[in-house]
Design a protein around this ligand. Structure first.
Ligand SMILES: [Fe+2]
Ligand SMILES: [Fe+2]
Length: 269
């Protein structure tokens, strides 16, 4: 493989609260240089977790200014109620494509990449998701591909709970998408690979946030809910903050995927 002629995309998993944002903002210039990145994408649905969940336009803008070209969301898209009225002002953010067609915000984002047209979209899974969706994520993915033949390549963030549903989406889009990356569980899976049709795939990117935690929340705020049957408190933790994602290398001419590997920062020893 000719490393020099590869284009490199980093997709970061759910950025969690202020600790996650702060580490992304401080480390992105270093990471971009170190890995010669051409494009950075991220799931931002928990980036305002200090306030509960969701994202705000101000946070989205801050992440975008720092170099994240497109931001995907998930079940917590409207965690900050004011964002319902703000999302149209941040067109580099997309809410799940299988929300209602009349939902606010973009259902996908187009980016220029290697002289071609790249589409970025997120889809919300069916299984164990407590919020209503308008249609199957599988159907929504197919419709995006059919309706936009002008787009040269697609990257999908599949925001879903179960590994089987995510893997099914990988195979559904195998050979039709540049990449399918899972988000939502906040735990990185050890299965990054290129499927036989050329689609980069990982079941879950993991979280950009505090790892001395229970999926980003303080252990002492979440554990009692399981031990004592009291409601959980969602307090953002702040220790052992790390970044997780997937690094995807593509041929810049054909946009064929060359490799996909789990990304961790700081680098594992
Ligand atoms: Fe999340
Ligand atoms: Fe989620």
């Amino acid at each position: 493989m000719n490393q020099a002629s590869s284009a490199r995309i980093l997709f970061l998993g759910d950025i969690l609260g202020k600790p996650g944002r702060a580490l992304v903002l401080s480390q992105l210039p270093v990471i971009r240089e170190r890995f010669s990145l051409d494009l950075v994408l991220a799931n931002g649905e928990n980036s305002a977790s200090d306030k509960g969940s969701g994202i705000t336009a101000a946070i989205a803008q801050e992440l975008h200014t720092a170099g994240i070209s497109a931001i995907t969301l998930g079940n917590h898209a409207w965690g900050q109620k004011e964002f319902i009225g703000e999302i149209d002002a941040v067109p580099f953010v997309c809410r799940p494509a299988n929300f209602s067609a009349s939902a606010p915000g973009a259902s996908w984002v187009e980016l220029p990449f290697c002289g071609k047209r790249l589409g970025i979209a997120c889809l919300l899974g069916h299984e164990f998701m407590k919020i209503p969706i308008d249609c199957s994520p599988f159907r929504a993915a197919g419709e995006l591909l059919e309706r936009h033949p002008e787009i040269d390549a697609w990257i999908f963030d599949f925001h879903a709970e179960t590994t089987a549903e995510k893997m099914a989406m990988g195979w559904h889009l195998n050979g039709r998408a540049l990449a399918v990356v899972g988000t939502h569980t906040h735990v990185q899976t050890n299965d990054a690979r290129v499927l036989d049709g050329g689609t980069a795939y990982i079941t879950d990117l993991g979280m950009c946030g505090p790892y001395r935690s229970i999926i980003g929340h303080k252990i002492e705020a979440r554990l009692p809910s399981l031990l004592q049957n009291v409601p959980p408190r969602a307090e953002v933790a702040n220790e052992d903050v790390q970044l997780r994602g997937c690094l995807i290398e593509v041929d810049p001419t054909s946009l064929k995927t060359r490799s996909a590997q789990a990304f961790r920062w700081p680098l594992p020893e």
